[in-house]
Design a protein around this ligand. Sequence first.
Ligand code: DON
Length: 325
Amino acid sequence: LIAAAFRHQFIIPEFQDFSKEIEEIYWKCKENDSGTVASYIPQLKRMSPNYWGVSIVTIDGQRYSIGDVNIPFTIQSCSKPLSYAIALDLLGADVVHTYVGQEPSGRNFNELILDHNKKPHNPMINAGAIIICSLLKTMYNPDMSSAEKFDFTLNYFERLAGGQDLGFNNAVFLSERECADRNYALGFYMREHKCFPENSKFRECMDFYFQCCSLEANCEIVSVIAATLANGGICPISEEKVLKPESVRDVLSLMHSCGMYDYSGQFAFKVGLPAKSGVSGGMLVVVPNVMGMCLYSPPLDALGNSCRGVQFCEELVKKFNFHRY
Ligand code: DON
């Protein structure tokens, strides 16, 4: 980092000026008070609609944060691209995609539908993520107990975050499982159509999915994960190679086309960046080969994306030419 600073070779050389622009967008989005906080479980309903945090980490380790960046939140669906990435790394894309497709579903994230091959449309919606969890659980080292598999996966997530600790919110986990009629219905529907790998233990796979959703982190931590994805799988903070570049490429491709629920097409059109949102209001955004960002604000729009998060991205690409095209 220091050597790069002396050589003026940063990917964003005028980082202070850049941060000022980010700060301006931050304050503009703070005024946005549209949207409603998720209320399907009490633990999410309690989150303040005023929380608003932005953290940025460049691929060469420059960092900027503003707002509520230390408030812990459960990563929810932001875990989906990460478990998908781990499955790709451990099992390979060919195996993973015998079970899960690559098409946007054009429907809600928890919709009871499969594609024409009777597979989940993609790993970014609930159906696909449940199957990804079952692949990790059943096909990679199946002798690991549920506890061992949880620790193993958590360790992967933490390495993506440069070795920072993630938490686990047990109340959210229990609530998720309690209120999971739709997810169970999806699970049974998929079991009927033989979507799960052989020898899957249904309840353990479902629990594993709820556990991944209940992992807890804050903006600062999640932004490092986003930066690892921006940097082809090498964490810019620890310099550890956590994922293979080809796994990261696949993850970013599907975040680009499927990461923002049924707004993915419009988001790809307007913002042109791979991103993944979650119901807690977190958003993981990647500017490939430049930086990773985490945006956090609980109020969600009608499609389930963080209102301030989406606005921030739209403002960002008005100021900087980060749109891929
Ligand atoms: O499975 C659920 O309903 C939630 N825990 C998933 C949350 C989420 O962020 C939805 N995203 N695609």
